[in-house]
Design a binder for this molecule. Structure first.
Ligand code: PMP
Length: 309
């Protein structure tokens, strides 16, 4: 058993829990060389992980898609994640929360450079405080979405349903969007010109009382996206997973993004066009946000807004 310094977070690395500064990964690791790795990230509410099992199940789907054997079962991955979290909780305020992430690469590349060889995977489980302060103003003002020219990877090239270590087309999209508006969050189009997703978020529109979101084939099936769909069904709000184009977006009454950290955060504008006159949150967004708060048992909106003062 290791005795980490009191003020340093610890992380799991291939069977050991170590201070973060002692987690060292080979420069020959295929996650670094090729992005040959997958990850998943849950968050805590009031220091308890939310839907950790669902995140770990999605992680194992990503592993299956990439044919990486992590050498761990989903149940072991959950219990390692819970242990890493428990050992880091004393380092954040009662009011704050963590991201809890598992990262698994195919391990170091063998010297004969056989990229298909089965090696020993690199497994990391780590925590990071949520960026509550940096993102707080999005809950007050709404997110300014910009749709960049770079398109989301089509599913017949690499399925967006897998959460891999290759975010490059979304990173380029983010740079393009921020060059136009430094506050922008990019939401990329798919190959057919329909809205797909952002670097770490799914998008929803509210049009004529109906909730619309792109179908799962073109986007990561967000756990928060699934949570919102589940809540909408409970509240009797009709939901459709379908193609959504910019006409739908510009004529929507409301829009919001979902992600593990944001949960659900209103959108103020898309490419500078105000949604619902820019008043956030709209009524349907507010109903869903209140239901999400009740389900999570934590007022995440208040948690963000507290950081504005
Ligand atoms: N799309 C992408 C590409 C993402 O990286 C994320 C963040 N995991 C999401 C959508 C939102 O998914 P979730 O609600 O599970 O965080």
């Amino acid at each position: 058993m290791n005795h980490p310094r009191q003020n340093e977070r610890v992380a799991y690395h291939n069977g050991k829990i170590l201070p973060e500064s002692e987690v060292l990964i080979s420069f020959r690791d295929r996650g670094f060389l090729f992005g040959d790795a997958v990850f998943d990230t849950a968050r805590t509410f009031a220091h308890k992980p939310f839907r950790l099992k669902e995140h770990v199940d999605r992680l194992f789907h990503s592993l299956d898609y990439l044919r990486i054997d992590p050498g761990l079962t989903p149940a072991e991955t959950v219990s390692i994640s819970e242990e890493v979290l428990a050992r880091n909780l004393h380092l954040i305020d009662k009011e704050d929360d963590y991201w809890l992430t598992q990262r698994i690469s195919r391990g170091p590349l063998s010297l004969d450079r056989d990229t298909a060889a089965v090696g020993k995977p690199t497994v990391i489980v780590e925590c990071q405080p949520l960026p509550l302060k940096a993102r707080a103003k999005n809950f007050r003002d709404g997110i300014e979405v910009v749709v960049p020219p770079t398109r989301r990877t089509p599913p017949d090239s690499f399925s967006p349903r897998a959460k891999s270590h290759n975010y490059l087309n979304m990173i380029i999209g983010d740079h393009e969007a921020r060059a136009l508006n430094p506050n922008a969050w990019a939401v990329l189009l798919d190959h057919s010109g329909n809205l797909a997703e952002g670097m770490g978020s799914n998008i929803f529109l509210v049009r004529d009382g109906k909730l619309l979101t792109p179908s799962e084939r073109f986007v990561l099936p967000g756990i928060s996206r699934a949570t919102v769909i589940e809540l909408a069904k409970k509240l009797g709000i009709p939901v459709a997973e379908q193609e959504i184009d910019l006409y739908d977006a510009y004529t929507a009454q409301e829009a919001f993004l979902t992600s593990t950290s944001l949960c659900l955060c209103p959108v103020r504008s898309i490419n500078g066009a105000l949604i619902g006159e820019g008043k956030v949150p709209g009524p349907v967004t507010k109903r869903l946000s209140d239901a999400y708060v009740a389900l999570a048992g934590c007022d995440f909106v208040a948690q963000y807004l507290r950081h504005l003062s």
